[in-house]
Design a protein around this ligand. Sequence first.
Ligand code: NDP
Ligand code: OXD
Length: 309
Amino acid sequence: MALLIMLVGEDPEPWKSVLSRLDPSLDIRVWPQVGDVEDIVFALVWNHPRGELRKYPNLKCIASMGAGVDHIIRDPELPAGVPVTRIVHESLTRSMTEYVIHAVLDHCRDMEKYRRDQAGKIWDPKFPRPRKEVGVGVMGLGELGAAAAIGLVELGYRVLGWSRTPKAISGVQTFWGMEQFSHFLSQTDILVCLLPLTPQTEGILNLETFRKLRPGAFLINVARGRHLIEEDLIVALDQGILSGARLDVFEVEPLPPEHPFWDHPKVQITPHVSSLTEPEAVAPQILENYERVLRGLEPVNQVDLQRGY
Ligand code: NDP
Ligand code: OXD
């Protein structure tokens, strides 16, 4: 019985090293050096090639290396009946909350303007808007969105949250479903996307959505690149519908050098770092699930494959 590490575009070595330190008896294979496919009972994956997971007849669990599972679910040839798990860990949640709060404060405290002013040796102080007047709308109130929303409430912002089903979070004005989406947007000055990528949420950050926000709103996308219609963002920024955007995720990653976002004066880019999965922190969770499936138990942090997250 063996655990397969199949990470495309990510270094498998830190995972292998921490997992074998935690359990030196573990038989770990690193794709594409798989050996006998019948040995593989557990696969830790990121961006696996389509159809690849069908090759392992004894597979009992497919584990995402991150919080998102869209990279797994989009495979039309996933083996039927094999549970899919994701990472839920306070290190990811803390890191995401930190990033979102930093992006909100950076925008609200006009840091972009002061960086530009410094370049021109301009001394031009400006009062920030009172926090209670700034509506920060968080799309997705799951593990990451709820924590970010709570962090923003603690800072004194007027926080709104939108989810698929009703939620109650102290200090957050909550909305749910498409019927309440426009109402949520109409009170939002800073829109934070923390949705999973599903057929319902793909392309949800589009011109129609942007037009429903408060004038000159700011966008923070830390979920997936395909939530955003990239050409619509350029139009919204150029027409002043949005005042700026902080983007951590992109339709194509790494963002190609010729992409117009790189040089757009209203776009701030980070390279998918808002919340990095630390192998050291989350490997015990992977090992726990490996041991659970060997004992015939359900793995923890399973996703609902029908729902898509
Ligand atoms: P969760 O599954 O815990 O939460 C998802 C939330 O989105 C839930 O509140 C859910 O609603 C809501 N939601 C789902 N579909 C819809 C819909 N159609 N309409 C409205 N709301 C919807 O996910 P996490 O918080 O753990 O993670 C969110 C995403 O963040 C991940 O899927 C991943 O793509 C991204 N991510 C990005 C990282 C980065 O570094 N940039 C790092 C980690 C994650 P309900 O509660 O009603 O089910
Ligand atoms: C994740 C990610 O889903 O890093 O965890 O994007």
